[in-house]
Design a binder for this molecule. Structure first.
Ligand SMILES: [Zn+2]
Length: 145
């Protein structure tokens, strides 16, 4: 395989330049984190973590992230075609927070949550209530986190 290098003079706008500076800083952080991981693996376990292993790990994450972003784009487009809108909410805690009072629930089984005040509820319906509230569509009984 022939490898060639090309150099181009770039004339970025101020916003492009700012993004390039952030991108470079992110790459520095990523490089340093990867180096730290390799050093730590060697120091703690005498294990070699290769560039290839770290690269594959990042690629898997990138594919998952890209898959999600693509799904969100398609969903948003379909919703707009149907005259609807999509509201993205932070899902953290929606399955174990009571949708009525906002208290933390116990979850003894996958399909059941128990609020200390409101008792046993269907976990899916409770989670849906929290998501609806966070999207601004709910009863307003539990506050958004
Ligand atoms: Zn409750």
């Amino acid at each position: 395989m022939v490898r060639r290098a090309f150099k181009f003079r770039a004339y970025p706008t101020r916003p492009q330049e700012a993004r390039a500076v952030r991108l470079l800083a992110d790459h520095c952080d990523l490089y340093n984190a990867a180096l730290e991981e390799r050093r730590e693996a060697w120091r703690m376990r005498r294990a070699s973590v290769s560039y290839g292993m770290q690269s594959a790990q990042l690629m898997n994450k990138a594919i998952l992230d890209a898959g999600w972003a693509q799904f969100a784009d398609i969903l948003t487009g379909k919703a707009e075609e149907a005259g609807r809108r999509v509201v993205f909410v932070n899902p953290a805690g929606t399955s174990i927070t009571c949708h009525i009072c906002g208290r933390e629930c116990a979850r003894p089984q996958q399909d059941t949550v128990i609020c200390p005040i409101h008792g046993t509820m269907d976990a899916d319906l409770n989670g849906a209530g929290n998501i609806a509230t966070r999207a601004g569509l709910g009863s307003g009984q539990a506050s958004a986190v």
